[in-house]
Design a protein around this ligand. Structure first.
Ligand code: NAD
Ligand code: GLY
Length: 363
């Protein structure tokens, strides 16, 4: 396959750190050719991945790296969020040291958001920065985490508390890798897709409930375009980029309340979006009927929308959220499908609004 035959190519236009996103089925077969221009030719190259991704897709990537004559070393980690930890970071530093990776080397994150976040942060801090590329293999990573340069690890005090903005040099997205992704993980990625529609694109949103067989390449392309557009205007997340957190404030609280165990991130975000929309409606800030629409679309994508836990236990959880350190809570609300804004609020206000939500809705 000719690398130029990808079905979509986007460029994230940043002042200093712009990069391409290439999207197309079977792009793994040409990943080596795409990475080659970023490689000096004799420095170490590391592919960081997890055991599931390596089992299903390691051969394809290895073949394409071999064809491109890139000598690389795979680092295969166990699967799971546990990698995004101080211990995971230290292990990766040790591996980089063993393979004598220098600043002129290259690191590829080949996996879901866990591998991308850990690998990106390690690359950002290894010798003050070694080039890295993202080859995402979950829907969540293909539509969201591989683009925009947020990298990091979790600390015992909270999720993603240590991190850096560190943009990849290239993002290679092969939607055909999703064929092996468990259905639950696909649904979690769909929660982020619904988010993009809800905050920025009514046509994307409508397409999600009208088709039974969504064209994932098209969807991924549209989500990456929306994200690039937002990141280009607010790379460091001081303003507009915050709308990408629609559903995440209460979603994170739900993850925390349930010990990061009962729900995957996307499932918690689906609950969080339904709650945020209902909060917007009781405030009069969100058009009436939006919450029903959102719940229907989420349900069409196989996601639950009514959080069965204690919603009044959620606001106190926000106190230690990274985004609410300092007291104020930034909550993303919808005006209507396709339009979002950031509302500055407090934990006390959210408590009051949730009481209203409970009264008016069966959420
Ligand atoms: P993940 O990386 O843990 O992957 C989910 C599961 O799918 C894992 O078991 C993995 O082994 C498996 N897997 C991956 N690709 C596969 C494939 N093609 N076939 C079969 N199995 C496959 O989880 P995730 O949902 O991709 O990412 C979640 C992480 O992303 C969280 O840590 C979250 O904080 C982070 N995140 C980061 C950003 C960002 O902007 N940096 C945005 C959203 C989420
Ligand atoms: N996932 C939210 C962001 O990248 O800003």
């Amino acid at each position: 396959m000719n690398p130029l035959e990808c079905s979509h190519k986007l460029t994230v236009k940043l002042k200093d750190n712009g990069y391409d996103i290439v999207i197309g089925n079977n792009m793994l077969d040409v990943a080596g050719d795409l990475l080659k221009p970023l490689w000096s030719g004799n420095e170490a190259v590391s592919v960081v991945t997890d055991e599931n991704v390596w089992r299903y897709h390691g051969d394809s990537l290895s073949r394409s790296m071999d064809r491109a004559r890139i000598d690389f070393q795979p680092i295969v980690l166990p699967e799971g969020e546990g990698n995004k930890s101080m211990r995971g970071l230290e292990n990766l530093y040790e591996s980089f040291a063993r393979m004598k990776l220098t600043r002129s080397g290259l690191v590829a994150a080949f996996g879901g958001g866990v591998i991308g976040d850990l690998c990106g942060f390690t690359a950002a801090t290894w010798m003050r920065g070694v080039r890295f590329v993202q080859i995402p293999t979950t829907l969540l990573a293909q539509v969201d985490s591989s683009v925009g340069g947020k990298t990091g690890i979790n600390l015992p005090q909270g999720k993603n508390l240590a991190g850096a903005f560190y943009q990849p040099k290239l993002v290679v997205i092969d939607p055909s890798t999703l064929r092996t992704l468990p259905a639950r993980e696909v649904r979690c990625g769909m929660a982020e897709v619904v988010k993009y529609g809800a905050i920025r694109s009514m046509s994307l949103f409508n397409s999600l409930s009208s088709s039974s067989e969504p064209d994932l390449s098209e969807i991924i392309h549209e989500c990456c375009s929306i994200k690039s557009d937002i990141v280009e205007r607010d790379e460091l997340d001081f303003g507009e980029r915050m709308i990408l957190n629609f559903g995440h404030t209460l979603g994170h609280a739900i993850e925390k309340q349930t010990g990061f165990d009962a729900y995957r991130h996307g499932e918690a975000v689906a609950f969080g979006m339904a709650l945020a929309s209902a909060i917007g409606e009781v405030m009069g800030a969100t058009e009436s009927g939006v919450t029903d629409e959102l719940q229907n679309t989420l349900a069409h994508c196989g996601l639950e929308t009514r959080y069965p836990g204690d919603i009044f236990g959620l606001p106190p959880m926000l106190a230690s959220d990274k985004k609410s350190l300092g007291g104020a809570v930034q909550m993303v609300l919808l005006r209507r499908i396709g339009e979002a804004f950031v509302h500055q609020t407090t934990i006390a206000e959210i408590e009051g609004l949730l009481r209203e939500v409970k009264r008016k809705w069966r959420i």
